[in-house]
Design a protein around this ligand. Structure first.
Ligand code: 5GP
Ligand code: ZN
Length: 119
């Protein structure tokens, strides 16, 4: 399967296709943002490209313009969610870092104090 092509086995490709329901908070032609099913903060939104790339590194290498769009859209979601006090974007990359869905996604976390460093 080529980077950027849909993966019929991928949960987030199914959400993009509308085959799995999600609470969508923002969408554009390239990017969709929806609530995480298991929120770790009062605001926990996943921001993903519609196209399938396995992780942030692959996205940045193969489609850098889309990577920039994803970051800009994440900032737009944060503004819509009134996260003026700050927020965190996380790209878990690889199973050892906790990545469980291999379609690149930014976790947008906010609405509470966020400690550093994370676990
Ligand atoms: P990862 O562990 O790959 O960094 O993040 C995957 C995220 O997807 C997790 O935070 C998990 O709670 C979320 N997730 C898993 N399945 C679903 C689902 O069916 N719907 C939604 N909205 N989020 C999901
Ligand atoms: Zn996918």
């Amino acid at each position: 399967m080529a980077a950027g092509e849909p993966d019929t086995e991928c949960l987030f490709c199914k959400i993009v296709a509308g085959d799995v329901p999600a609470t969508v908070v923002r969408e554009t032609k390239d990017v969709i943002a929806f609530a995480d099913i298991n929120p770790q903060a009062p605001v926990h939104i996943l921001v993903i490209p519609r196209a399938h790339y396995a992780n942030a590194g692959e996205l940045g290498a193969v489609a850098p313009e889309l990577a920039g769009t994803l970051l800009a859209e994440a900032a737009a979601v944060a503004a819509e969610q009134d996260l003026d006090g700050g927020y965190r974007l996380v790209f878990n990359t690889g199973a050892g870092a906790g990545q469980t869905v291999f379609h690149v996604h930014a976790h947008l976390l906010g609405g509470r104090g966020l400690t550093w460093p994370p676990g």
